[in-house]
Design a protein around this ligand. Structure first.
Ligand code: BEZ
Ligand code: FE
Length: 304
């Protein structure tokens, strides 16, 4: 049904019936789908897509633009670049899917977008080690705990952390093929962890493809609020994919992928080079920052 700013476009009753008849015929074409979930999804896709093109009275030129957009997204997508996930991210669909799938998790730490820059087999560091691996940026000490929803420690939880350097790029975006700004470690017997990394820097999502063109056409920024990624896994617990953000970052309210959740925004303290570091590490005259991230894992639903 046409709605909102398209209300004034006259559609005759005959035309309306013709359009509705087509919707019904397409819906019925899925009646024989053996898998009921596939059938429900394909019929919902049909209803919503037809409602969309009817609401905006899509022109044939606009349909061609949409097809070209999707074709370009396909062409730029390869093993390292996933333009369709980026599209889902900037439309808020990734975060909506995360919201739908994390609704019953009590006081568990909130999840946010995975992003395209995770890499398997990151270096393993000891607790208190440095994930930066020489990447440029202000040193930051991050400490915290991993507990379950009842407050019991989760000893041995595997904590992956990854982040961009202060030029706004991840290691995989640099041409040198190096691995830096990422590592994993294991929480100690009390579920505690600590490591050195970099104070997070805001950066733009890859905007040299069709998604970037879309953002420019709608006057939206590609920038993400500054963040540090985490993935926390432990047998029997639901895998947590999340980030921590920086309090008072002006981009918190304008994150291009809608990934910010208030509970993930952390206060970071800033320290002069002359101040002693928490673990006595000598930073050779560099100032440093510090924050804390206490993580609560939810039980793995499939194990309950
Ligand atoms: C990221 O934070 O790494 C990211 C998330 C979504 C899209 C692009 C990048
Ligand atoms: Fe990121």
């Amino acid at each position: 049904m046409p709605q909102g700013m398209f209300d004034d476009i006259a559609v005759s009753p005959t035309q309306m019936r013709r359009e509705e008849d087509l919707v019904q015929r397409v819906l019925r074409s899925f009646d024989g789908t053996p898998n009921p979930r596939t059938k429900a999804i394909m019929q919902a896709v049909t209803r919503h897509l037809h409602a969309l093109v009817r609401e905006v009275r899509l022109t044939e030129a606009e349909w061609e633009t949409a097809v070209k957009f999707l074709t370009d997204a396909g062409h730029i997508t390869d093993a390292r670049r996933q333009e369709f996930i980026l599209l889902s991210d900037v439309l808020g669909l990734s975060m909506q899917t995360i919201a739908i799938n994390n609704q019953e998790l009590e006081n568990a730490t909130e999840a946010t977008v995975f992003g395209p820059f995770f890499v398997d087999n990151s270096p393993c560091i000891d607790l208190g080690g440095d994930i930066s691996g020489g990447a440029s940026g202000k040193a930051a000490y991050i400490e915290g705990s991993v507990v379950d929803t009842e407050g019991n420690p989760v000893p041995g939880a595997r904590i992956e952390a990854w982040e961009a350097d202060d030029t706004g790029l991840y290691d995989v975006q640099h041409a040198d093929g190096g691995t830096y700004g990422r590592a994993h470690m294991f929480a100690d017997e009390h579920g505690q962890f600590r490591f050195w990394g970099l104070y997070p820097t805001p950066y733009p999502i890859p905007d040299d493809g069709p998604v970037g063109r879309l953002l420019r056409a709608v006057d939206r920024s590609p920038y993400r609020a500054a963040h540090l990624h985490f993935m926390v896994t432990a047998p029997g617990w639901r895998t947590l994919v999340t980030h921590i953000f920086v309090a008072n970052d002006p981009l918190l309210a304008a994150d291009s992928v809608f990934g910010v959740k208030a509970s993930l925004v952390k206060e970071w303290t800033h320290h002069e080079a002359s101040e002693t570091t928490p673990d006595g590490r000598d930073l050779h005259g560099r100032p440093w920052a510090r924050t804390r991230f206490d993580i609560v894992l939810a039980p793995d639903a499939s194990m309950r």
